[in-house]
Design a protein around this ligand. Sequence first.
Ligand code: NAP
Length: 480
Amino acid sequence: MTKTHNVTFIKGDGIGPEVTEATRRIIDASGVRIDWEECMAGAEVFKMGQPTGVPQETIDSLLRNKIALKGPLETPVGFGEKSANVTLRKLFETYANIRPIREFPGVPTPYKGRRIDFVIVRENVEDLYAGDEYMQTPGTAQTLKLITRKGCEKIVRMAFEYARSEGRQTVHCATKANIMKFSEGLMKHTFEDIATEYPDINAQHIIVDNCAHQLVRFPEKFDVIVTTNMNGDILSDLGSGLIGGLGFAPGANLGNDIAIFEAVHGSAPKYAGKNQINPTAVLLSGVMMLRYLHEFQAADRIEQALAVTLEQGHFTRDVKGSEGALSTTDFTHKIIDNLGKTSNFWPKRPHHPLKMPNVSKQPDLVRSPSKVVGFDLFVESSLMAHELGKSLEELVKDSPVKLKMISNRGVKVYPSPGTTPDVVDLWRCRLMATNGDQELSDDQIFKTLDLVRHKHRWMHLEKLSIFGDKLGYSKAQGED
Ligand code: NAP
């Protein structure tokens, strides 16, 4: 007998209790020993007046057990402030979202027989999802896309380690580095650097839109795809669509210390309590959990029993429609009955313990040498570009900066390039130091601001830095 594992069990909302209970029963029947610690989160917690949706007892349980199996949590509309899912993800810094996409026997899809079998490793906490948003003017919204070297390093290492743990050969890194050269580019460069430490794995970069195209045309070509948060969100739902829908899409949220296993799908409230829903996605999340706990035999047994059940033609309503479909509980019993049988279809993969990336937990607070050479002042103004340009030139004429250009929605509009792009009332005014090689000081920036602020409403300011000989800012379309 193996050791007993303590696992925090969050049954979730809507269909959550049905799919997590099915999973618990199958895992218990597989012979592995788990002490399930039942904890609350989600709608019932919001209703009790807890605004995060996650009570302290649940946090304490996770801190103790370090591992959770979780049902979907609904984000209630009208009460509660935050998504309990996001609270859990951020509290425990589960930075890696792992989503396997695999063909299942008998499940009708346009890709039947193509043997789709890949894994998306999605960065889970940074990017546009950091939640730093601003209305710069009533008509212009801004979301900050924050990508860090440390965040990229963790997720890229995770992807390579995950590939090794499953004997996979290729890791693709999908980015939009051709357009967002700094943010998405940081992911690409980090990937290229770290790939050299994994010579046994074929590392390839792919532009994310091409990746989406290739996934639809040749999904069987992919093995592991590592990507930033927003790209991963979209690609992984695309992936679920390739193999029969959300009922078949498992997932894991892995952090340095804590791992939370849950399906991709939500609480599907219209099916709650109807005993119709497909428990496969949560069950396979449970299988991932067993492998994380090094319970490889039990994980294989369950996977094989599931495949045999599907091969026997047993399906829930999402595959079969209402005629002849099994209820959630009957489907669960069939899987339990099939424990110990082996599928003709489902190949066994080699599974090894996942080596968690060893990245320092210390804050990344290195101050690298850089020089401020100017600043972008974002101004809200109903003037036209040439009026604003002339006015700013006049205002800063005796200051240590000069107006290099004005852009609007990323396109240079002053000095006029001769074209007439559509413009809005938020202008980026690029003011560059005139003092040669010396750094522009904060005092000089404040003095310039003082000259401008009486006449123009400034919204925010970005310093323009140079790191060694590398520009730390992008140029506008049309800027020299
Ligand atoms: P959803 O709950 O995933 O359901 C959307 C549709 O997907 C369902 O109506 C159903 O399609 C299908 N589906 C989902 N799970 C299935 C399963 N196990 N078996 C078979 N089909 C399944 O998405 P939603 O309706 O947009 O979200 C509902 C709530 O869940 C929201 O409050 C949302 O915030 C929350 N949510 C939570 C999580 C999480 O906890 N990780 C994730 C996503 C959403 P058909 O209608 O075609 O049958």
